[in-house]
Ligand binder design. Structure first.
Ligand code: ATP
Length: 302
């Protein structure tokens, strides 16, 4: 469990994050959602002990992060923003460096190299890896000491689909083991993949947590948005959905439908399309400016 109590932190010119409080518990995902610059990375730096707090406290499984930092940090695995690894060290040495700090056995390094498909790059300098593989290495490093709490800054960006899927599976597996997972994103549609599991979302704006919601409630709040259905038979899909009374538009990759309740109407539309033999390859809200969603959410929560 991670308890964040009234923390503020910044970079010298005043606080960037202001008076944040939230609790992330085991078997649950806590997502920080916010536009670029909202303060997600700064929050993660503050709760992992990298950035000093100007006020408040962070308690990790009962241990105060700033009173017993070494003990608390052992419980946290952190994937920093931007695939940070040591570029001049090989993949293996990057992991071994941290393995020594955390007294992790050699076999665990090999296990992670296998798990993240990094074996063939074992002796390659990390700086020569592609971005996606650097991220895999950074993820392996975050998991090395089998942390109870995993803090992932924008974990799904710059990864190919198989890696995204295996990371999601890894997250689900860790949740089942009772671990606490936090991640950040500025992409609302990414959260759809976590529907049906225990997930809370904290929305950040200008360094403040403006709203906290269970994911299913948040998705219910998103009303009146256009959803893109990527389909194989666009014309047929449009005619069909029109007959059902949906406001529908053609798009280059499919059809866009304006829905008033995203959570309820999206599965219903999928069903209509699929039962008529139209294949649906992807469903996602059309790029809705996140600020618009925030405005809507804050207006409704007043
Ligand atoms: P993004 O989605 O773009 O990564 P974010 O929500 O993670 O954004 P932060 O990176 O935490 O946001 O940035 C919050 C604010 O803090 C921004 O105004 C940014 O300019 C400022 N900031 C971030 N890092 C530093 C730094 N090292 N020194 C000074 N200001 C910083």
């Amino acid at each position: 469990m991670l308890e964040v109590e009234n923390i503020s932190a910044g970079y010298g010119n005043g606080d960037v994050i202001k008076n944040l409080s939230f609790i992330a518990i085991g078997r649950e995902i806590y997502v920080l959602l916010g536009a670029n610059g909202a303060g997600k990375t700064t929050t993660f730096r503050a709760i992992t002990g990298i950035l000093p707090l100007s006020r408040g406290r962070v308690v990790v499984d009962g241990i105060d992060l700033w009173v017993e930092p070494e003990k608390a940090k052992r419980k946290i695995g952190y994937l920093p923003e931007g695939e940070r690894v040591y570029p001049d060290l090989t993949v293996y040495k990057n992991l071994r460096f941290f393995a020594r700090i955390y007294d992790v056995e050699e076999e665990r390094i090999n296990e992670l190299l296998r798990e993240f498909g990094l074996e063939r790059y074992r002796d390659t300098k990390a700086g020569y890896l592609s971005r996606g593989f650097r991220k895999r290495l950074a993820l392996a490093r975050a998991l090395l000491h089998n942390p109870n709490i995993l803090v992932l800054d924008e974990p799904f960006s710059n990864l190919d689909i198989p890696t995204v899927l295996s990371l999601r599976d890894k997250i689900f597996e860790m949740l089942e083991e009772g671990k606490t997972i936090l991640f950040s994103t500025h992409i609302l549609s990414e959260l759809q993949n976590f529907e049906g599991i225990r997930c809370r979302v904290g929305i950040m704006k200008e360094g403040k947590l403006i709203l906290e919601e269970r994911l299913e409630n948040l998705l219910n709040r998103i009303s009146n948005i256009e959803v893109l259905f990527k389909v194989d038979k666009k014309q047929q899909a449009r005619e069909l959905l029109k007959k059902f009374g949906y406001p529908v538009k053609m798009e280059s990759t499919g059809v866009a439908v304006r829905v008033s309740n995203y959570n309820e109407e999206t599965p219903a539309i999928m069903k209509i399309l699929l039962t008529q033999g139209i294949n649906v390859y992807e469903v996602k809200p059309k790029e809705t400016p996140i600020e618009k969603i925030f405005t809507e959410i804050t207006k409704r929560s007043e």
